[in-house]
Design a binder for this molecule. Structure first.
Ligand SMILES: Nc1ncnc2c1ncn2[C@@H]1O[C@H](COP(=O)(O)OP(=O)(O)OP(=O)(O)O)[C@@H](O)[C@H]1O
Ligand SMILES: [Mg+2]
Length: 317
């Protein structure tokens, strides 16, 4: 059984009913890393937030299933969801202000999670918090417990957020753009830390990023998202060796490589919800667009085992 399985998830604006995330399906086995990749505004964060049942006000899941350990979390009563959230399923949020409170020390904040989910006393929780800080590679963890978030560097803050996410011993970690705000060296260190945690804890990770380069070394599976829909799904190896969707190819074009002279960014922008083209959502930016693409939404084609693409002409025909 897959740890997480999402079937035909749809998220819309509650009032206007305008769809934002459409027909998203993927699965994540235990101990694996699935990267959800796409440009800004494609619906990556909303997909992650839906798994936590923390969609912002005004947005709601209109249909679909989110199976965690075989149970549809969308139909769990709120109190059962509260036990899972932050415990079995934890999230590192894209907006750091959501996760770290500037007025409390790091130790207090991690200890609070441990007291809540594990029923530890404050003293036990602080000792465990120090162990978690050590696990995420923070030097002198005991003294770091007394630090306030603003006293830490960006990389250290990210480690603290990971420690906090680990406090409830999650099986699934949703990491939303965990390295975007960091410089390249620190970025690599945080990615290495995630790889270690996956290994040691058999953690499953949903890694959200706009950068295919970031996920290349880490992910087992990749799902490429465009304008609210997944357009290509494959193992990481397969996706990089045989990218098929023109959008995936465009994302690869902008990755720097020693043998590449110039990077060719894809012109245009992701259309906002409500202004998406009628046929294929990518049709207004697609370099190989044809008439049928403007009229019909392509369905999934399985081009190899586990490699799916949603494009009429992906194979170059
Ligand atoms: N709180 C909100 N209220 C209204 N619209 C929202 C809200 N959050 C997201 N949206 C809209 O939903 C769409 C998807 O947003 P989402 O945050 O999931 O994108 P994303 O892929 O995570 O992008 P980014 O890379 O910028 O984080 C966007 O068009 C966005 O404007
Ligand atoms: Mg986001």
């Amino acid at each position: 059984m897959n740890l997480l399985e999402i079937n035909a998830l749809n998220i819309s604006y509650s009032k206007s009913r305008v769809p934002v995330v459409e027909d998203v399906s993927f699965f994540l086995p235990s101990g694996k890393i699935l990267a959800l990749v796409g440009e800004s505004g494609c619906g990556k964060s909303l997909t992650g937030l839906a798994i936590m049942r923390l969609l912002p006000p005004g947005l709601e899941v209109t249909s679909g299933e989110i199976l965690f350990q075989g149970k549809n979390i969308l139909s769990l009563p709120p109190e059962e969801m509260r036990k899972i959230r932050g415990a079995k399923v934890a999230m590192i949020f894209q907006d750091p202000m959501v996760s770290l409170n500037p007025v409390f020390t790091v130790g207090t904040q991690i200890a609070e999670v441990l007291e809540w989910h594990k029923g530890l006393s404050h003293k036990e929780a602080l000792a465990q918090a120090a162990r978690l800080l050590a696990e995420v590679g923070i030097p002198a963890p005991e003294s770091r417990l007394k630090a306030y978030p603003h006293e830490l560097s960006g990389g250290m803050r990210q480690r603290v957020m990971i420690a906090m996410a680990l406090a409830g011993d999650p099986l699934l970690l949703i990491a939303d753009e965990p390295t975007t705000a960091l410089d390249v060296t620190i970025q690599a260190q945080i990615l290495a830390l995630l790889a270690t945690l996956r290994e040691k804890r058999n953690l499953s990770i949903l890694l959200i990023s706009h950068d295919l380069g970031v996920v290349a070394t880490l992910a087992d599976y990749v799902a490429v998202m465009y304008a609210g829909r997944l357009v290509e799904k494959a193992t990481c190896e397969e996706l990089f060796s045989r990218p098929l969707h023109p959008y995936t190819k465009a994302l690869l074009e902008v990755l720097p490589r020693p043998d590449k002279k110039e990077l060719k960014p894809l012109p245009g922008q992701v259309p906002p919800p409500g202004a998406r083209p009628k046929g294929c959502k990518f049709s207004d930016r697609c370099p190989i667009v044809r008439k049928v693409c403007l009229e019909k939404e392509p369905s999934w084609q399985e081009v190899a085992k586990g490699h799916l693409v949603r494009c009429f002409y992906a194979s170059g025909a």
